[in-house]
Design a protein around this ligand. Structure first.
Ligand code: NAD
Ligand code: DAU
Length: 353
């Protein structure tokens, strides 16, 4: 028996694979297309582990995935693979449609064919877990209650619209074909191996290299932050005990305005790695043009997951953000590897104005 993890060389996928191997002893097949966001260095610690197999492939590649499913008696597929950066979806939405919608559809079809032919017991025990986002619910005002699983879908960016479409396909495959699916909708993650196009790793690395810390608009947009290993433990729990066809919101009860997040990062860096000139890192903050269609506030109500499955996050924002800064300071080899090549091209294009 084995599990198949797609998008396994990305930020959350790689954290999940490392976390899974620390908790289980069955085979993990890590599948990833290795786009600009996929980084095999994230999986370096399990590269020669016999419990781990890496395969470079697209989730839309039916032949490779069918073969892997049958050959390894896969009992669960966890779909992390996606184009995940909102800003990139604004400048180039097509890849988002291809991977997040068409790719998820192809993966569902491949999995359905495999699952339909299974014997009764493995068929009943099989799971397809789809990893999704809180962004499908749209944007909240300051006083709105947090998103619950019954909120209507109101995606606002090409990224969130493509994730919403994939969630609907997953739901339809359960309703129509009986495919045993589970969906998780999580808030903003942060932690080790986070690709530095996203706010937190971008600001840590820019601060350390003396660059600007770009804040979109007024910096008062609110996100609900969850340390990545808490997301991993939530997914493990939903996979183990979630009710088929249900969706589960995952969040850290940590709503923060972007400017506060960046100021916190600056204070931790002032303490752990003070600037040579004695100035605080917050002097590097600059306000830049806002993101088009920028969602003002996300907040997750994770009550269902706690009540039904007993899951709670282990980290507070304060403990998680400190661990994150410490990780980036301690992993300079990973940082320099990532800050070469395609990532550089993207950053210069995004912030040239
Ligand atoms: P990421 O961009 O770091 O990683 C995505 C991975 O998917 C990369 O390794 C990439 O190479 C791979 N990939 C892309 N297209 C592929 C394809 N066609 N076939 C196979 N692999 C492909 O993203 P992430 O932040 O790790 O997010 C993982 C998942 O979690 C996504 O589905 C995302 O929507 C969801 N999510 C992310 C967050 C967050 O805060 N980062 C929060 C909630 C949900
Ligand atoms: O809410 C979950 C989502 O969180 C995931 O589904 C996405 O895959 C993930 O990328 C993340 O989306 P965000 O757009 O919220 O994350 P990002 O790190 O890009 O931005 C966080 C906030 O910071 C957002 O309000 C935009 C702002 N921002 C971002 C960047 C990159 C800045 O102010 N400056 C920046 O340079």
């Amino acid at each position: 028996m084995a599990i198949l993890v797609t998008g396994a060389a990305g930020f959350i996928g790689s954290n999940f694979v490392l976390d899974w191997i620390a908790h289980h002893d069955e085979l993990v097949i890590s599948l990833d297309k290795l786009t600009y966001a996929g980084n095999l260095a994230n999986l370096a610690s399990v590269a020669s582990n016999p419990q781990h197999l890496f395969v470079q492939a697209d989730i839309a590649d039916t032949d490779i995935i069918s073969e892997l499913l049958s050959k390894h008696d896969v009992r669960a597929v966890l779909n992390f693979a996606a184009e995940s950066h909102v800003d990139r979806s604004i400048t180039g939405p097509e890849e988002f449609i291809q991977t997040n919608i068409v790719g998820t559809f192809k993966l569902l079809e491949t999995v359905r064919t495999y699952w339909s032919a299974l014997d009764e017991k493995p068929k009943a025990e099989f799971r397809f877990l789809h990893v999704s986002t809180d962004e499908v619910y749209g944007s909240l005002s300051k006083t709105d209650p947090a998103f619950s699983e019954t909120n209507r879908y109101e995606p606002n960016s090409p990224y969130s619209a493509s994730k919403a479409a994939s969630d609907h396909l997953v739901r339809a495959y359960h309703h129509t074909y009986g495919l045993p699916v589970l969906t998780t909708n999580c808030s903003n993650n942060y932690g080790p191996y986070h690709f530095p196009e996203k706010l937190i790793p971008l600001c840590i690395l820019n601060a350390l290299s003396g660059k600007n810390l770009p804040i979109y608009g007024d910096g008062q947009q609110i996100r609900d932050w969850l340390y990545v290993t808490d997301h991993c433990s939530a997914i493990r729990r939903v996979l183990e005990a979630g009710t088929l066809g249900e969706t589960y919101n995952v969040g850290g009860w940590n709503e923060k305005a972007n400017l506060d997040v960046v100021n916190t990062l600056c204070s931790i860096l002032d303490e752990l790695k003070p600037r040579a000139d004695g100035q605080p890192y917050k002097t590097q903050i600059v306000f830049v043009k806002d993101r088009a269609g920028h969602d003002r506030r996300y907040a997750i109500d994770a009550t269902k997951l706690e009540r039904e499955l007993g899951w709670k996050p282990a980290e507070t924002f304060e403990t998680g953000i400190r661990k994150t800064v410490e990780w980036y300071l301690a992993n300079q080899a990973w940082v320099s590897n990532v800050t070469s090549g395609a990532y550089r091209d993207w950053v210069s294009q995004q912030y040239q104005a």
